[in-house]
Ligand binder design. Structure first.
Ligand SMILES: Cc1cc2nc3c(=O)[nH]c(=O)nc-3n(C[C@H](O)[C@H](O)[C@H](O)COP(=O)(O)OP(=O)(O)OC[C@H]3O[C@@H](n4cnc5c(N)ncnc54)[C@H](O)[C@@H]3O)c2cc1C
Length: 382
């Protein structure tokens, strides 16, 4: 394994981190406090090419590999400390644009990818429903063929970018008796009759990213908007699992790095009992634990991304990585908050915000329990 970054990759990482530190970090606390979506930053991210990184150049992206994308996302999180903008970027790119790239026909790729890659259009994935989460095969939203259209009925919830999305990849059941083998993916545009944002959702963290419940009431979607084949909708999301778990969400390892960076700085500056708290072994122990967790998380995530880039199946590795970095991120945030003491609990510092943000990693993209089911199932089967 060799995941040393080339000079070109290092230059990209440097550029992303500088943009994040200079443009993203300054307003992150305000956007969190006020649930604020920043369209201006989004457009700048589009102009810099962030929003289409892995999409092939012919469709408006830059054809970056998984390792490059992971390094860029990580740098963005580390420098910007805006988990919401990161979440919106990831959902847009890895949950909507990437499945269209991997499973769309030529007409769909030409129609959607350039607009998504530039950020002119915002993408989302509608999989989760009010009664259907981890057991995604039990999707209750239905799609019934009617001539050249499918009629969608049902609702989706917890949808990242839901309130602002121009295009939503919607998973609906076309044959309930077949469960996972009866699910189809549809590309739904925001102006489609019968589609609406039924409710905006307030949440604990990632608050600069808008989240919504979506409604489909006799929503008429052209049959040409089926992504891939009918009843094979899950192929679109399972193929993208390395991108979701091993690349997109793994970018949040950068939030862990930001927590450590802040903690080291604070431990040096904060004096108690006549010396910097960094002199106390119990504080140093926490800093060391944080560093070990970050480096181990990086190794697991980069291995999954690297496997993908060299043409191996990195899905299992992506689950291994996510089971680890998600739980470790929560521990790292806890240690950071403890090092900051009372100031960690006060919103003048970014620690309490990041503490709220990282918890999502154990839930979104398949919970930790689901990753452990994937891991243990393979152990038992082999
Ligand atoms: C902020 C946010 C953004 C999100 N963005 C999106 C999005 O853009 N698009 C989208 O489609 N979804 C999105 N989701 C949904 C997310 O993917 C789901 O929340 C997640 O898959 C878990 O589903 P659930 O919340 O229904 O929990 P449930 O599936 O109801 O699980 C509840 C608990 O039971 C456990 N559990 C479930 N099944 C098992 C089992 N077999 N064995 C052991 N334990 C089990 C779970 O691990 C969890 O602890 C988002 C969620 C959040 C909070």
């Amino acid at each position: 394994m060799d995941f040393r970054l080339s000079e070109e990759q290092q230059a990209l990482v440097k550029m992303v981190e500088r943009f994040a530190r200079e443009k993203v970090a300054p307003g992150a606390a305000d956007r969190d406090a006020n649930n604020k979506w920043d369209q201006c930053l989004w457009e700048q991210m589009g102009e810099l090419g962030f929003l289409g990184l892995p999409i092939p150049e012919e469709y408006g992206g830059s054809g970056a590999g998984a390792v490059t994308c992971l390094a860029a996302l990580q740098a963005f999180c580390k420098g910007g400390k805006d988990a919401g903008l990161f979440l919106s970027w990831g959902a847009h790119l890895f949950l909507c644009a990437v499945p269209i790239w991997l499973h769309g026909n030529e007409a769909q790729k030409r129609k959607y990818l350039p607009k998504l890659a530039s950020g002119e259009w915002i993408g989302a994935l509608g999989l989760t429903e009010p009664n259907v989460g981890s057991d995604a095969a039990g999707i209750q939203t239905t799609a019934v063929k009617d001539g050249d259209y499918y009629i969608l009925n049902g609702s989706k919830t917890f949808i990242t970018n839901g309130p602002i999305a121009d295009v939503v990849l919607v998973m609906a059941s076309t044959d309930k008796s077949k469960r996972a083998k009866g699910v189809t993916a549809f590309i739904v545009e925001k102006d489609t009759p019968g589609f609406s944002v039924s409710r905006k959702l307030d949440k604990m963290g990632h608050r600069s990213s808008p989240t919504a419940e979506l409604a489909f009431e006799d929503c008429r979607v052209p049959a040409e908007n089926v992504l891939g084949e009918v009843n094979k909708g899950f192929a679109a999301t399972t193929d993208a699992l390395v991108w979701e778990r091993g690349v997109f969400l793994a970018g949040a390892i950068g939030l862990m790095e930001a927590l450590l960076e802040e903690s080291v700085k604070y431990a040096r500056e904060r004096h108690q009992f006549g010396k910097p708290i960094a002199e106390f072994q119990l504080i140093r122990n926490k800093l060391a634990d944080m560093k070990v967790a970050i480096e181990a998380a990086k190794l697991l995530a980069y291995r999954a991304a690297w496997k993908h880039d060299v043409g191996e199946d990195g899905k299992f590795d992506a689950s291994l990585a996510k089971a680890f970095y998600a739980e470790e991120a929560v521990k790292v945030a806890n240690d950071a908050l403890q090092i900051f003491g009372g100031y960690g609990y006060i919103s003048e510092y970014p620690i309490e915000r990041l503490y709220r943000d990282v918890k999502l990693l154990t839930i979104g993209g398949g919970t930790t329990e689901i990753q452990k089911l994937v891991i243990s199932s393979k152990l038992i089967r082999s």
